[in-house]
Design a protein around this ligand. Structure first.
Ligand code: SF4
Length: 717
């Protein structure tokens, strides 16, 4: 297949200074949580995108000197001295192997620092800390300090060039670094030639760009620029003022513009990485399109682009020249190749769940709900598109349960060429609990988890999908398969048992008409009685808040009770809470945080303060909806295993379980991963036990060959 002609424009080369992008696809700089601490992970993650056809791959923000250390805020990514060149060279080499250009974001964070590693204060344009950088300490720069920081930029640029980078991006994105902070009146109240007028506030960045230009030739110089920080009130970057103004002032110093909106604190930054429940594709259009009249240089913009038609539209409309993407490139590093080959229905579209972001915010490396190989490119040697045939591919496999783990396992085993894969589910369609999760307000895009896998299954002649069929454990065992895989999932408890009290709520059970679980509300259509509803969340992710939203929108008066300090704290990591909590407030949901429910009798909920237990509360409620915890449906596997153990000469050679029936995973990504992991290791000696993976760490006396031995193992790659 070849690409439909309407997408030709996406594959036109774009000249950027001394280099040429082979097409318009640009993996926008994004955090991975690998930094330089896990250089193999970082290099191989970026390399996968290069292999998938992206013309440019970029690092995350990489600090130029120890004083800008932000360890603890982010996994450190540094280019402080010549030794760092070695690790970055690997990333560059991997990008170049696949014909991509490699870019590095050079970063000096001003007040956005910690000093946890370096134990140094950092130079800043004022002596004030700020919301996003309150963990560090700062020194107000005089002119000598300004020259010294600019010298650090130049030194880092020289090192980056020696590492082989093609693009040096002097970062002023998310308003979290010195160049853009100088532009912002919020930070900059200097009275010298670096404060005051726009020309003065731009001086630091302009001088830095000039000095890097003079010091380093034959590289592309770019600026990632927060064209609107979206601050309310005065002091931020406004696209119509500092945004277009700085573009005009610095246009002669950059080879292209890499623009985005959303500022440095959690509330503003997430407007750059907008979750799908609040932000549609191309949500930055209103700001990005204002830049075009002010520059003839190529413009990169972002906006969770997954639709090739939208990509064409933003190019043809003149909004931007280059398709920038972070999350879409994580969910599917092969988007460009798939468009080029006309395989549009193979694109694994990002669902905008921000689980990748959540892991980085939790100070670890990214994972992805849609792409089970994301983050595993180096550690496990996984390639999302290259799934080698299994050595035991002559086997027939039965998978019971077509939720996220079962679906992923079936797709992967199908691609591994197993003789026959039978995916059997009791319900009338595939997807398990994702089906009804995707019906929650704003969560429709999550259905892509099912859609992509369904489409893949439809292309695999060795996979048979059987719905509306409930197999008993004996049915499964006697099905005639060589391998039986149980993926029957988990369910929410209907007693209120939870990890705080470790006890059920007395007298509470889902058989009562006024007590409901999420499945009963969303899947089974059990009526929610009365007007007043209490939702009890001790899980801490989206279910409690989402149910509260749904029930409020359905017309109920809703009280959301949680043991946590505020509702759905994991949504702080995904960035969704920035919008979710105010939305619940706007909708009129009453949130009682740090409370434990002790009873629900006679239409009265009793709760006590989790922190100060003597404070008791009670209120009238017509219904109680419990999102306290899920339990695995593990008896099915145990029964199949018992049949197997009692039948030593059997046809069935192995029985495994995957996904939530092993242990309920809070993140869909982990259930999907579990299905992929078993399928990718189905021909290992003991598939039930995960193969060791590369742990990037310093091993005293070890050499790279130690890692190579693991990487080159034949099984399970
Ligand atoms: Fe997209 Fe979610 Fe994957 Fe992140 S984790 S890339 S938001 S699908």
């Amino acid at each position: 297949m070849s690409r439909p002609a309407q997408y030709d424009v996406l594959f036109e080369p774009v000249r950027i200074g001394p280099r040429t992008m082979k097409n318009r696809f640009y993996q926008a700089p994004h955090c991975t949580g690998f930094g330089d601490v896990f250089p193999g992970g970082n290099a191989h993650h970026r390399a996968m995108k290069a292999e998938g056809g992206w013309a440019v791959v970029n690092t995350e923000a990489t600090t130029i000197a120890p004083e800008f250390d932000w360890a603890g805020q982010m996994t450190p990514s540094r280019i402080w001295d010549d030794d760092d060149i070695r690790n970055w060279s690997l990333l560059v080499e991997k990008a170049h192997e696949h014909g991509a250009l490699a870019g590095i974001q050079l970063h000096a964070g001003g007040a956005f620092l910690t000093g946890f590693d370096s134990r140094m204060p950092g130079r800043h344009l004022t002596d004030r800390l700020e919301e996003a950088g309150w963990l560090g300490s700062v020194i107000k720069m005089d002119k000598r300090d300004i020259r010294e920081v600019q010298r650090q930029y130049v030194a880092a640029a020289r090192r980056a060039k020696r590492a082989g980078f093609d693009i040096l991006n002097i970062w002023g994105g998310e308003s979290a670094s010195l160049p853009v902070q100088f532009l912002m009146r919020l930070h900059n109240d200097r009275t010298d030639e670096y404060g005051g007028s726009l020309e003065n506030r731009a001086r630091f960045w302009l001088e830095t760009l000039e000095q890097v230009h003079e010091a380093v030739d034959d590289v592309v110089i770019a600026a990632r620029f927060c064209i609107d920080s979206l601050h309310e009130g005065d002091g931020g970057i406004r696209v119509d003022e500092e945004g277009v103004g700085f573009v005009e002032l610095a246009d002669h110093l950059v080879d292209f513009w890499d623009v985005q909106v959303g500022g440095e604190n959690a509330e503003l930054w997430i407007k750059d990485a907008g979750p799908s429940r609040f932000y549609p594709e191309n949500f930055q259009q209103a700001w990005v399109s204002k830049i075009r009249p002010h520059t003839a240089k190529p413009i990169v913009g972002v906006g969770r682009f997954t639709s090739p038609d939208t990509m064409v539209e933003v190019v043809r409309s003149g909004q931007q020249d280059i398709i920038g993407a972070a999350r879409p490139s994580i969910a599917d590093p092969f988007i460009p190749r798939k468009i080029e080959e006309g395989r549009l229905d193979d694109i694994r579209e990002c669902i905008g769940c921000n689980v990748c972001v959540s892991r980085v915010n939790a100070r670890w490396h990214l994972i992805c709900t849609q792409n089970s190989a994301a983050g595993e490119e180096y550690r496990r040697g996984w390639n999302p598109e290259v799934i080698p045939p299994a050595r035991n591919k002559a086997k027939n496999v039965l998978i019971v349960g077509a939720g996220p783990a079962g679906l992923e396992c079936a797709v992967t085993l199908g691609k591994r060429g197993m003789a026959g894969v039978h995916l059997v589910d009791a319900s009338d369609d595939l997807g398990g609990h994702v089906r009804w999760i995707a019906g929650l307000p704003g969560m429709g895009a999550w259905g892509r988890v099912i859609d992509w896998r369904k489409a893949q299954l439809g292309k695999l002649p060795n996979v048979q999908v059987i719905t509306n069929t409930r197999l008993s454990p004996r049915d499964a065992y006697e099905y005639g398969a060589d391998i039986v895989i149980v993926a029957v999932g988990a369910q929410w408890v209907d007693t209120g048992i939870n990890g705080i009290t470790h006890q059920p709520i007395a007298g509470v059970t889902g058989s009562r008409p006024d007590v409901l679980t999420p499945e009963q509300v969303l899947r089974d259509g059990k009526p929610v009685p009365g007007r007043r509803v209490t939702v009890y969340d001790t899980e801490g992710y989206f279910m409690g808040s989402s149910l509260a939203e749904k029930l409020r929108r359905d017309g109920h008066e809703v009280t959301l009770v949680t043991n946590f300090g505020h509702s759905s704290p994991y949504m702080d990591f995904t960035g969704e809470n920035v919008h979710m909590r105010p939305m619940l407030e706007r909708l009129g949901v009453t949130v009682r945080s740090e409370h434990i429910i002790s009873a629900f009798e006679g239409g009265v909920v009793r709760a006590h303060d989790h922190i100060a237990e003597q404070r008791e509360l009670e209120w009238e409620s017509d219904a109680l909806v419990l999102a306290t915890q899920r339990v695995p449906l593990d008896s099915y596997f145990k029964q199949v295993r018992e049949l197997h153990e009692a039948d030593p000469g059997a046809e069935v050679q192995a029985v495994y379980q995957i996904g939530d029936c092993v242990a309920p995973r809070m993140l869909l990504a982990d259930a999907v991963f579990d299905g992929a992991r078993l399928a990718r290791e189905i021909d290992a000696q003991d598939p039930a036990t995960p193969l060791p993976y590369i742990r990037e760490r310093r091993l005293i006396g070890s050499t790279d060959e130690t890692y190579a031995a693991v990487l080159n193992r034949p099984e399970g790659r």
